[in-house]
Ligand binder design. Structure first.
Ligand SMILES: NC(=O)c1ccc[n+]([C@@H]2O[C@H](COP(=O)([O-])OP(=O)(O)OC[C@H]3O[C@@H](n4cnc5c(N)ncnc54)[C@H](O)[C@@H]3O)[C@@H](O)[C@H]2O)c1
Length: 351
């Protein structure tokens, strides 16, 4: 497979690139990662990827470029003529999209149009798999939620949210991810491109350089490890009441899902899929903190901040469509997955 991964030095992108580089089949995988290295940790992920590649086996190529620059994108698409583009480069945080809506728009919308146009004009057989967001569904206020002790729970919805829910873009990040999501689907409809959209909420696992703004599972695991190392440290903050629920998708399952979409491209093209860890891997922020307290034998001290803008109280993906069309289900349990995050955070932060 000739794969081009935009944002290939980021969290999901580097895990996907590593997976492709480590495959041991009869065919070579040629992996090109395209990234402007703007994310903290991206350069470290690139160094790590270089240790995994070999010219004879599965070669890796890195191109420093910016998806906002149409020439950069067109040049790489023309040069590589990839079988598939995994389009993961993005402005990834709701909070920073509010601080700088134009930058968010340029990276997420213009960057995606640049990818689509380059493919349409230079390599129309190339498939594009795009990482969208649960934010395209807005606040999901219509869900009939009950407030239980540690989480919000829907009264009736048993399997989570499926793709029939109406889209409603909230926050600049929701608008930019949603616009790109819709362009992806429209380029399949109107120009016959092989595009697929994945709507994710929380992806977690190793090689994520979590920040206060993005990557809550990694961020709170790190806070807990810091408390373990230094029990007297100042309290950290939790936005909202902590009962907001997400289904945790381990990055290894996300990677399998991206590959499955390409393998089933004839059926998947033109479709959007809700992709998450599923109801059995759902967790509220409070439940994560309770898990960490028990696992690390610590007591966590935090203060509550107001809710973040448009923070859904409940989002769990109903994965049924993905199971049916691309034969994918998540395999990693949240308990196994959280161990990988603790291991990664311990190693990366030198706690
Ligand atoms: N991680 C999650 O929980 C999650 C959830 C929903 C959607 N997503 C989407 O998945 C994709 C990947 O997320 P991630 O967690 O790996 O993020 P990440 O920030 O770790 O990776 C994104 C990569 O894109 C690069 N990048 C940013 N702007 C760029 C630009 N203008 N040109 C070229 N490269 C640029 C960054 O340097 C980084 O390496 C993003 O589009 C994100 O919105 C992620």
């Amino acid at each position: 497979m000739k794969a081009l991964i935009t944002g290939g030095c980021g969290f999901v992108g580097s895990n996907l690139a590593a997976y492709l580089l480590e495959q041991d089949g009869p065919e070579q995988n040629h992996v090109t990662v395209f990234d402007n290295l703007s994310r903290h940790g991206a350069a470290a992920n690139l160094t790590w990827l270089r240790t995994l590649s070999s010219a004879e086996h599965n070669p890796l190529r890195f191109l420093h470029g910016d998806v906002r620059n149409a020439f950069d994108v067109e040049a790489v698409v023309k040069q590589v003529k990839p079988d598939v583009i995994f389009h993961l480069a993005g402005q990834v945080a709701m909070t920073t999209s509010v601080e700088s809506p134009r930058r968010d728009f340029e990276i997420n919308v213009l960057g995606s149009i640049n990818v689509l146009e380059s493919v349409r004009q230079c390599s129309p057989e190339t498939a594009i798999i795009y990482a969208s967001s649960n934010k395209v569904y807005g606040n999901l206020d219509h869900l009939d939620l009950v407030e239980a002790e540690t989480r919000y729970e829907p009264r009736t919805l048993k399997q989570g949210v499926d793709e029939s829910v109406g889209i409603e873009f909230h926050t600049p990040y929701g608008c930019s991810k949603g616009a790109a999501d819709q362009y992806m689907l429209d380029y399949a409809r109107g120009f016959g491109l092989k595009t697929v959209v994945f709507r994710h909420s929380t992806i977690y696992g190793g090689r994520q350089f979590a920040t206060y703004d993005q990557g809550w599972v990694g961020w709170f695991c790190r806070q807990a490890l810091e408390v373990k190392a230094n029990p007297g440290r100042a309290p950290f903050t939790v936005s909202g009441d902590g009962k907001q629920v997400r289904d945790l998708l381990h990055v290894s399952d996300a990677v399998r899902c991206y590959v499955a979409a390409y393998e089933h491209i004839a059926d998947a093209r033109g479709h959007a899929f809700n992709i998450g860890g599923g109801i059995e891997n759902s967790m509220s922020l409070l439940e994560l903190l309770q898990f960490l307290e028990a696992r690390l034998e610590i007591k966590l001290d935090y203060t509550n901040l107001p809710w973040r803008q448009s923070d859904q109280k409940f989002f769990v993906a109903d994965n049924s469509k993905a199971a049916r069309v691309i034969a994918w289900v998540p395999l990693m349990t949240r308990e196994q997955g959280l161990e990988t995050v603790l291991e990664w955070e311990l190693g990366s932060a030198n706690l």
